[in-house]
Design a protein around this ligand. Structure first.
Ligand code: FE2
Ligand code: FE2
Length: 187
């Protein structure tokens, strides 16, 4: 019999990871659109990361449903904490039309990508899923597949982190060259 607390914790982590990936996808699409016509490198890279984030959400949702670990929760903002708020702030700043520092927003996003990959997926979610397999809540073959899929997702997160850093450095360079206080003119 699966310990209810463990099961509940895995479900919550999975659901909130799915929700956070979707929040990232939405925010980065918005960011990408803001850069259209200004810097196509930055625009395309952020659009690609947005698509991959949505795919991660789909993959995690598929795994959660297939393994009977899917449940919906309403308090992911509190559960996830700082990374959630960082992405939320990025969206709000982009929507507000204020002259946000794009480099600062990207710096925080870089941190979110790092937090999602190694910290959340490898150090928290994976041990939790292995734990459910040990307790025989899910079969060991399914747990192995989960691990291999999650390893691939973590590799993607490393790329996201590097790519966001590259975009940030390019925007800072352009801003320095143009002598502007802000990385880009706000559309
Ligand atoms: Fe992701
Ligand atoms: Fe990511």
């Amino acid at each position: 019999m699966c310990p209810p607390d463990l099961c509940e914790l895995v479900k919550r982590h999975l659901y909130c990871s799915i929700a956070l990936e979707r929040l990232v996808a939405e925010a980065l699409s918005l960011f990408s659109e803001k850069l259209r016509g200004f810097d196509s490198y930055a625009q395309l890279i952020l659009a690609a990361i947005a698509i991959e984030s949505e795919r991660h959400a789909e993959i995690l949702e598929m795994l959660a449903k297939e393994l009977n670990l899917y449940n919906e929760y309403s308090n992911c903002r509190e559960f996830v904490g700082e990374p959630w708020r960082a992405v939320e702030t990025m969206s709000e700043e982009l929507k507000s039309g204020r002259e946000a520092s794009y480099a600062e927003l990207l710096e925080r996003q870089k941190w979110v990508e790092e937090a999602l990959g190694e910290e959340t997926y490898h150090k928290i979610l994976l041990p939790l899923v292995s734990g459910t397999a040990r307790e025989q809540c899910i079969e060991s073959n399914a747990s192995e597949a989960f691990k291999d899929i999650l390893d691939k997702v973590v590799e993607d997160e490393k790329f996201h982190e590097q790519a966001v850093k590259e975009v940030m450095q390019r925007l800072i360079k352009r801003s320095t060259e143009s002598g502007s206080d802000h990385p880009i003119p706000i559309p």
